[in-house]
Design a protein around this ligand. Structure first.
Ligand code: ADP
Length: 469
């Protein structure tokens, strides 16, 4: 479930967007929370403070009033009169006389009310006014010794019922809490949106950079004119780096191309001389002949490697040109298979459904097929048959099938990469360039090459090419 939500909103807990949003939301929550707590505390102080002062006043005034009344009446009557005088609707007063006589209490006590009974039975109450909760009602209360004319008569209790104000206050606090929460959610949403918009240029740079490949290093440019200054600076630096990379890449291609070209010519001459010596000289010893044959074959192998490198360098720099023309595929395949049979001495069958005319470069297509047949020969047992199947659907299809060692599934995607070889121990004669040349050439002719293979059972390389209309 969480994974689904993360997918929908693409929430990455380590992303800058989420971290900034959480950080700012946390600071906002702290700020808003502090203000709310401080406001609540202040309101509470103001509300309770005034009641405390009121209770304090009454507790101070009652003994004085009782003294005045006791000059005219009996002391107990004077105390009752003083109580009656100071009684108000929410103010309760009562005195527990030390001599055990009846309590003197204000007239607003309802003798059947449980809260009134609980109040009258209280014994331990602080001398300074405090808030007490009795039967879910709130009272500011204090108790003092009642002294009249220097005599301690009893314990005086003063209680102010603040339940209504307290309930109102709690409602206000709840409202304040809910409002703060809503404000926080709104602030978090706004911050998340703002951060997402601010980071958008960075994401665009990321997407653009991901598309840059070796072939378009020179043309790739990151544009973000309306982005913040820091992001524009980053894009500018990135563009400069791309330019330097493009220059270095071009230099490297040029170097490979020059070296291949410069080495190929003298090596071809060496190879030619070796071949002519081998053909003409009849008085060579077996050792000399073997040595010359090894030298000629190594020279041939190196010439082919240099040719492959030259082709790839040309393809990279866009200088590999194709002469696309309609070709009768059946005839071309027959010609290539004839050549391959000669040098490999293997059984190579052709299976065709009818005459197919493709649009391709004759010389390059031959090179592609020879490469694939060469691999089929190298990676299968000499007793196994190799087959070339031709058919035509929307495009022409050529399949080179062998019953050889096969290629592990996880490596099939990589065999078209340059210098990639499945297993060095399989063959000693290659450099891992053959299939990358095949792919470059087939792509260049507007076609496509794929492989399907099973380890130990064989491989099928499939080329599709456009057909002539
Ligand atoms: P190499 O010069 O090594 O043959 P390639 O580019 O032609 O280079 O092939 C790359 C790798 O793909 C080879 O190392 C080989 O292991 C594997 N491969 C190519 N063709 C076949 C095939 N027909 N059967 C089995 N493995 C193959």
């Amino acid at each position: 479930m969480i994974a689904r939500i993360r997918n929908i909103w693409r929430i990455d807990p380590f992303s800058l967007r989420v971290r900034l949003t959480i950080g700012i939301a946390a600071v906002s929550a702290l700020g808003l929370g502090s203000v709310a707590v401080w406001t609540t505390w202040q309101m509470q102080q103001i509300l309770i403070g005034s009641h405390k002062r009121h209770v304090e006043d009454i507790a101070g005034r009652l003994p004085r009033d009782a003294e005045i009344y006791s000059e005219m009446f009996l002391v107990a009557t004077g105390v009752q009169k003083a109580i009656d005088n100071l009684t108000a609707s929410q103010t309760f007063l009562w005195v527990n006389f030390f001599d055990g006589t009846n309590q003197a209490k204000s007239t607003n006590f309802n003798s059947t009310d449980a809260t009134a009974i609980a109040l009258l039975s209280l014994r331990q109450v602080s001398t300074s006014p405090q808030v007490y909760v009795i039967n879910n009602r709130y009272f500011v209360m204090c108790a003092r010794t009642l002294r009249v004319n220097g005599n301690s008569l009893g314990q005086l209790f003063v209680a102010q019922d603040i339940s209504d104000e307290q309930t109102m206050f709690l409602t206000v606090v709840k409202g304040l809490g809910v409002t703060s929460l809503l404000i926080l959610i709104a602030i978090t949403g706004a911050i998340a949106l703002y951060i997402q918009r601010s980071l958008k240029p960075l994401m665009q740079i990321n997407q653009l950079a991901a598309k840059v490949s070796a072939t378009d290093l020179g043309q790739a440019k990151l544009q973000c004119d309306r982005a913040p200054t820091e992001v524009r600076e980053l894009a500018r630096t990135y563009n400069m780096m791309l330019e330097r990379l493009a220059a270095a890449w071009e230099q490297q291609e040029q170097f490979v191309s020059n070296v291949s070209h410069e080495l190929r010519t003298p090596l071809t001459i060496v190879h030619g001389y070796l071949q002519s010596v081998l053909r003409r000289e009849t008085n060579l010893t077996t050792i000399q002949r073997d040595a010359l044959e090894t030298a000629a074959s190594e020279a041939d192998r190196t010439i082919r490697l240099l040719q492959d490198l030259l082709d790839l360098a040309r393809a990279d720099s866009g200088h590999l040109h194709f002469h696309i023309e309609p070709i009768v595929l059946n005839a071309l395949v027959a010609e290539v298979v004839g050549m391959a049979r000669q040098y490999s001495n293997r059984e190579i069958a052709i299976e065709a459904t009818g005459e197919i005319i493709v649009l391709a470069d004759r010389y390059r297509l031959k090179q592609v097929l020879l490469n694939l047949i060469d691999n089929a020969v190298k990676y299968s047992d000499s007793s196994q048959r190799i087959a070339l199947k031709l058919d035509q659907l929307e495009q022409a299809r050529i399949q080179v099938c062998d019953r050889g060692v096969g290629i592990p599934l996880q490596q099939q995607a990589r065999i078209f990469e340059r210098f990639y070889r499945v297993d060095e121990s399989r063959s000693t004669s290659g450099y891992g360039l053959g299939l990358s040349i095949v792919k470059t050439l087939v792509d260049g002719m507007g076609g496509c090459v794929t492989v399907s293979s099973r380890l130990g059972e064989g491989s099928v390389f499939t080329i599709t090419l456009p057909i002539a209309a």
